[in-house]
Design a protein around this ligand. Structure first.
Ligand SMILES: *[C@@H]1O[C@H](CO)[C@@H](O)[C@H](O)[C@H]1NC(C)=O
Ligand SMILES: *[C@@H]1O[C@H](CO)[C@@H](O)[C@H](O)[C@H]1NC(C)=O
Ligand SMILES: *[C@@H]1O[C@H](CO)[C@@H](O)[C@H](O)[C@H]1NC(C)=O
Ligand SMILES: *[C@@H]1O[C@H](CO)[C@@H](O)[C@H](O)[C@H]1NC(C)=O
Ligand SMILES: *[C@@H]1O[C@H](CO)[C@@H](O)[C@H](O)[C@H]1NC(C)=O
Ligand SMILES: *[C@@H]1O[C@H](CO)[C@@H](O)[C@H](O)[C@H]1NC(C)=O
Ligand SMILES: *[C@@H]1O[C@H](CO)[C@@H](O)[C@H](O)[C@H]1NC(C)=O
Length: 642
């Protein structure tokens, strides 16, 4: 099933909300410049250390080397040498990453905006502050260069983008929110950032530009565009008069059409446009199109009748040559369900599989029966976690089969949902299944009970990443922590902390003490996730050692758990010695007595979240020199930060 390989399954998620449809479009390739750029960066030859410093003429370097420099290298060069580098990059058409451009621009503008802007690559100008431009015509020149640049190197909504837009509008002497066709032309990619009021006041010139913008429109822009389109003014006129070519021209504006607009477009126009669109290969790269379409369009897409002679009675290879709309019109859901093994054996495209999936979902809106799940094979990769959560999965061979088709297919979320279903139905994972799981992100661990966690092999423990255990409770982490400590015994220092961090919610006081001796420099965010019972047993020097340079961060967290619970158990003297201004420790002159495990019930309403009486109900309690416990508690409460 070669076509599947290129499609990360995680990208195909149903999103019913209108706002997220835009994001969807965006994720389907309309944001391509950024992705492509990140991809290229990884392939460029790295510039060996010192080459920049030693080479006499940058122009003599091959483009691959020229584009491989790092920020550190640039900072070692004189402004004049940086200028030469920037010019050479421009002459050789070398494409740089945003971080490289930012470094060059930073070095170049050490003494104000450099004069000879024309010599530099246009992309570099995006990172210069236009506020420093001097002289008549300078800004116009700057702007004309910017219009050749790839504005999308600057992230959507980045301050630099907004600064450029403001400078560009000032340069064009735009007042209010009216722009001319010439303004829009001069703004280049920046025109896509013009806020909604410009869209409202300059719809005629701006809408055609917005239709071609690579990124999503923001809420304001969408609303203004929708109102303008509905108003029926130029350039598109009344929706009742739209033609197929109008729909073609609307491109990026299609998702903003509301039901009022789609309802007034002539029905025949919509139908012919859909037919053409579904048969057109360039649109097939946007498999979510049918889901992005406004509901009326979608209904029409689903209601096209099957052309004569194309009726389908059996799932076979011929169907590979069917267009999606033909599959939609000619294939029956019950047929797909009955012959799902054949679907799985034929190399359908991802888009075609999605049509089949829609057919199945229509007959099984409450989830597929297990007999069907068993036969899904690679078809499983088109399923979303939401789909999977509706299934019953009780057979280990089903799990193993689905795991084996998911391997290397970026299907972690689907696998997690599958395992959760299996485990919640009482299924027990055997050794071979657990081994197969080592290839996936182990977010599924949190759906295991303690007994199953006990059987998790070290390979799976090694696969745990930073957020994978966020959904686990203390009991689960209590089982996982010792396993992790054992698994990671060959790592130390910062690397050890990095690996063990997700498991720390299961660490005991003694474990933390050991960690504190290992110079791990735990950050406060990690500290906050530790178990209160484990933290309160630590002394001030132990916590200081555990956090190392991060200890200062405790001050900001002193009223949250478990920091507050810990502070309550410390001597104020010791806390004062930290020099962080932590308050709430045991006042000087009071004794801290170990009373063993004697439970102590104290009725008092503490501040919430910090709840001193609860914190005191553990192993230790306080005894004043004369007064009894209640008085001490009152005192503590008075000291608590409110
Ligand atoms: C660059 O020059 C320095 C000093 O002139 C020299 O030590 C170093 O080996 C040179 N590096 C390369 C890669 O030529
Ligand atoms: C760089 O690109 C421009 C326009 O794309 C072209 O005219 C020029 O010849 C190219 N220069 C080099 C050195 O490839
Ligand atoms: C549609 O176009 C025709 C001719 O071009 C025009 O007479 C008519 O007024 C338009 N209808 C609307 C609703 O704009
Ligand atoms: C679909 O087409 C059939 C027959 O052509 C028609 O009766 C039905 O109303 C249509 N449904 C929708 C939702 O347009
Ligand atoms: C899953 O099992 C439950 C209980 O047996 C049943 O009610 C439900 O319909 C099943 N769901 C599916 C999708 O088979
Ligand atoms: C530690 O052991 C694991 C396997 O047990 C191995 O994958 C890892 O590379 C080792 N790490 C170090 C730093 O030796
Ligand atoms: C921790 O750091 C201290 C001082 O920086 C050093 O003396 C000690 O050996 C280190 N301990 C470990 C386990 O690295």
């Amino acid at each position: 099933m070669a076509p599947l390989a290129a499609q990360p399954a995680g990208r195909f998620r149903r999103t019913p909300h209108h706002g997220s449809l835009l994001l969807l479009f965006f994720s389907l390739g309309w944001g391509q410049p950024w992705q492509a750029q990140a991809g290229e960066a990884g392939q460029e030859a790295a510039l060996p250390d010192q080459v920049l410093a030693n080479v006499s003429s940058f122009a003599s370097l091959p483009p691959g080397l020229l584009g491989g420099f790092t920020c550190a290298e640039v900072s070692g060069l004189s402004t004049e040498r940086v200028r030469e580098l920037a010019v050479a990059v421009g002459q050789k058409n070398v494409t740089l990453r945003a971080d490289q451009l930012r470094c060059l621009a930073h070095s170049l503008s050490a003494h104000g905006v450099p004069g000879d802007l024309d010599a530099f690559p246009p992309d570099l100008l995006l990172f210069l502050n236009p506020a420093g431009l001097e002289g008549p015509g300078a800004c116009a020149r700057f702007l004309s260069r910017i219009s050749e640049a790839n504005v999308d190197l600057l992230p959507w909504k980045a301050p630099e983008r907004q600064q450029l837009l403001a400078a560009a509008l000032a340069c064009r002497a735009v007042r209010g929110s009216r722009v001319s066709a010439a303004d829009v032309q001069a703004l280049g990619g920046l025109a896509c950032d013009l806020p909604g009021r410009f869209v409202a006041d300059s719809a005629e010139v701006l809408l055609p530009r917005l239709a071609g913008c690579p990124g999503p429109l923001d809420q304001d822009q969408q609303e203004a565009a929708r109102a303008a389109l509905q108003g029926g003014g130029p350039p598109y006129g009344s929706p009742a008069n739209w033609s197929v070519s109008t729909l073609d021209a609307l491109q990026g504006l299609l998702p903003v059409l509301g039901p009022d607009i789609t309802g007034s477009i002539p029905k025949g126009v919509v139908t012919s446009w859909l037919r053409r669109t579904f048969g057109n290969p360039s649109w097939q790269r946007r498999p979510e199109l049918t889901e992005v379409l406004p509901p009326r369009f979608r209904r029409e897409a689903e209601n096209v009748t099957c052309p004569l002679g194309r009726e389908v009675r059996v799932v076979d290879e011929r169907l590979v040559f069917y267009k999606e709309w033909e599959l939609e019109a000619c294939v029956d859901g019950a047929l797909v369900a009955a012959q799902v093994d054949r679907v799985n054996a034929i190399p359908f495209t991802y888009e075609q599989l999605r049509v089949f999936k829609r057919k199945l979902n229509k007959i099984y809106p409450w989830g597929y029966p297990e007999s069907l799940v068993q036969q899904l094979g690679s078809f499983f990769l088109t399923m979303s976690p939401q789909d999977i959560r509706k299934w019953n999965v009780t057979s280990p061979p089903t799990v193993n089969a689905l795991l084996s088709v998911s391997k290397g297919r970026n299907a972690d979320a689907q696998v997690a949902a599958l395992i959760a279903r299996f485990v919640s139905g009482g299924g027990q994972l055997q050794g071979d299944t657990l081994d197969a799981l080592a290839g996936f992100r182990p977010t599924y661990l949190c759906s295991f009970g303690p007994a199953q966690l006990g059987a998790v092999p070290p390979t799976v423990i090694w696969a745990v990443g930073p957020q994978d255990l966020d959904a686990c409770g203390p009991r689960q982490l209590g089982v996982l922590y010792p396993k992790a400590r054992l698994a990671f015994r060959n790592v130390s220092g910062a690397a050890y902390l990095e690996k063990i961090r997700p498991f720390l919610g299961g660490a005991s006081t003694e474990d933390l003490r050991v960690l504190s001796r290992q110079n791990v420099s735990m950050d406060v965010a990690t500290f906050r996730k530790l178990q209160t019972e484990a933290v309160v047993g630590l002394t001030v020097p132990e916590v200081q050692k555990l956090l190392g340079p991060h200890a200062g961060g405790l001050a900001a967290e002193q009223s949250s758990r478990p920091v507050w619970d810990w502070i309550l158990r410390q001597r104020q003297d010791d806390l004062d010695a930290m020099g962080l201004g932590l308050r709430g420790g045991v006042p000087n002159g009071y004794l801290v007595l170990e009373l063993g495990r004697q439970p102590r019930q104290v009725e008092a309403d503490g501040p919430d979240p910090p709840s001193p009486p609860e914190a005191l109900s553990g192993g230790r309690c306080l005894l004043g020199p004369g007064p009894v416990l209640p008085a001490t508690l009152t005192l503590l409460l008075a000291l608590a930060p409110h």
